[in-house]
Design a protein around this ligand. Structure first.
Ligand SMILES: Cc1ncc(COP(=O)(O)O)c(C=O)c1O
Length: 390
């Protein structure tokens, strides 16, 4: 028996989609990407979606668009949770922001609302909320704080595609929301990412920045640049410092197939989670993630407490030997990673809960197919571990 972090959400349809791109002999971004973006936006309830080559570049594109559109000045203070992936933070540092790391809530593993409130200064211009492991932030509270203070709210939703808060899909609550469709995420386009927004201007900046900063992908009635009739001129005309972070046409074609299955896959993840949570109730010294809204359960987080507080190393070893894959809870307390030396940052109050996650947290996988048997196997191994370690 083995329990992997993730399963493949593909069947023949995705292979056929790849083959159809090969047959067309058109590999670069084209009609499949455009159609995927249209369907993605419609499915999740956003006006616009822009596909890119990863969730990391989705974050990069979001920050670049905010800066070049004049909505976010370099040097601004941006509040971030202390627990997230490295590329939530990297684009902020690359665009000259000051990162303000605040603690997470020890139950939801997302932004601690009081810590956010206490971290706000005159220089705070944005909160970059991260929806960790499928779980929502408390958006009513965050939206209230941000609107009262005139602060932008955006979402890194790379781990929480398909999750909702009060009937809205995560990723569509902030001004911009990003997604990852890397293998092991809720849907897979090999590599891949998406940014959504309802803001037409930001959307158009993203179209230009994604592809070299040129005007070619802008609509004729663009809000950010008046295109000339001359297509020769507009084929190589640059209006903003850009990247090339375009997706491949195959990634768009696969995405269309994956979107058809996503609701069902999320339902299965939720019923797997229900099963897991029921099984975990008997352990007093293991805390699981508290759901806010309707989680899409990326994985199953656990924090070892009480008599188990110093047992993570030996449990991880036991799981490894039993072929059960597990990982730290994202980057733990990110500020304890060596990369922090490159960043301009401030930590206004102690990151106590992030530290607990750093030292006592781990997560195992959830799947897009029924994994009750693997969960049973995990429980069996956990029980034998506890028998020998307590
Ligand atoms: C919160 C978060 N943001 C961004 C990313 C980056 O996504 P990608 O791996 O597609 O670059 C990840 C990756 O898993 C993530 O967990």
């Amino acid at each position: 028996m083995e329990f992997k972090l993730c399963d493949s959400p593909w069947d023949n349809e995705e292979i056929e989609a790849i083959q159809s791109v090969i047959d067309s002999d058109m590999y670069t971004m084209g009609k499949n990407v455009a159609e995927y973006e249209r369907q993605f936006a419609e499915h999740f309830g956003a006006k616009y979606a822009v596909q890119v080559n990863s969730g990391s570049t989705a974050n990069l594109l979001a920050i670049a668009a905010l800066v070049y559109s004049g909505k976010l000045d370099r040097g601004s203070e941006v509040i971030v949770p202390a627990v997230s992936w490295s590329t939530t933070y990297a684009p902020l540092e690359q665009f000259g922001m000051k990162l303000i790391f605040v603690d997470i809530d020890r139950y939801t593993l997302n932004l601690d609302i009081n810590s956010v409130k206490n971290a706000i200064t005159d220089k705070t211009k944005m909160v970059f909320a991260v929806n960790l492991l499928g779980n929502s932030n408390e958006y009513d509270k965050l939206l209230k704080i941000c609107s009262e203070k005139g602060i932008i709210l955006i979402e890194d939703n790379c781990e929480s595609l398909g999750a909702t808060y009060k009937g809205k899909y995560l990723g569509t609550i902030g001004l911009l929301g990003t997604y990852s469709t890397f293998y092991s995420h809720h849907m897979c386009t090999m590599e891949g990412g998406v940014v959504v927004t309802d803001d037409r201007e930001l959307y158009e900046y993203m179209l230009a920045i994604r592809a070299h900063g040129w005007t070619r992908n802008l609509p004729t009635n663009s809000k950010i640049y008046e295109k000339k009739e001359d297509s020769f001129y507009e084929s190589f005309n640059f209006i903003v410092p850009g990247f090339n972070i375009r997706p491949l046409e195959m990634e768009g074609a696969i995405g269309i197939k994956q979107l058809k299955k996503i609701d069902k896959m999320i339902d299965i993840r939720r019923s797997n989670a229900e099963y897991f949570l029921k099984k975990m109730k008997k352990y007093d010294d293991i805390r699981v993630q508290k759901e806010v809204g309707e989680s899409s359960w990326f994985g199953f987080a656990m924090i070892l407490t009480g008599k188990l507080f110093d047992k993570r190393g030996s449990l991880v070893e036991k799981l490894r030997k039993a072929n059960i894959e597990c990982r730290p809870i994202v980057a733990g307390n990110f500020t304890r990673n060596p990369v922090i030396k490159y960043m301009d940052y401030r930590i206004p109050s102690p990151l106590t809960n992030a530290d607990e996650i750093h030292e006592q947290g781990l997560f195992i996988g959830n799947h897009s197919s029924n994994n009750n048997e693997q969960v049973d196997y995990f429980i069996e191994i956990l029980d034998s571990f506890l028998l020998n370690n307590l």
